[in-house]
Design a protein. Structure first.
Length: 99
């Protein structure tokens, strides 16, 4: 079966700040060997940009929906993202927390 690389930008809403959501996201992304970043937004949501194998991104999104213990995810809005552009913009592979 051929691997399909895709990219996505997700905005996660709910109680996702102040509950270690971005650390949780980074840990899951690293375990799944994804490339990208996560950051808290001023409106209380969390933005995630990530690239990787399509099937792995589906598992990643399921984990984002669950979140860490004290989080409560109300919704995830997704839009496609060019995975090559994300890797170019980062200048490396890996997953980071942005401030």
């Amino acid at each position: 079966m051929e691997s399909r690389i895709r990219g996505g930008r997700w905005i996660v809403s709910g109680r996702v700040q102040g509950v270690s959501y971005h650390y949780f996201t980074q840990e899951i992304a690293r375990q799944l060997e994804l490339t990208g970043w996560v950051k808290n937004l001023p409106d209380g949501t969390v933005e995630v940009q990530v690239a990787g194998d399509s099937a792995v991104l589906d598992r990643f999104q399921q984990q984002l929906q669950e979140g860490p213990r004290f989080a409560s995810v109300d919704g995830i809005a997704e839009e496609p993202l060019d995975p090559d552009r994300l890797v170019r913009d980062l200048g490396h592979r890996g997953f980071e927390i942005r401030r």
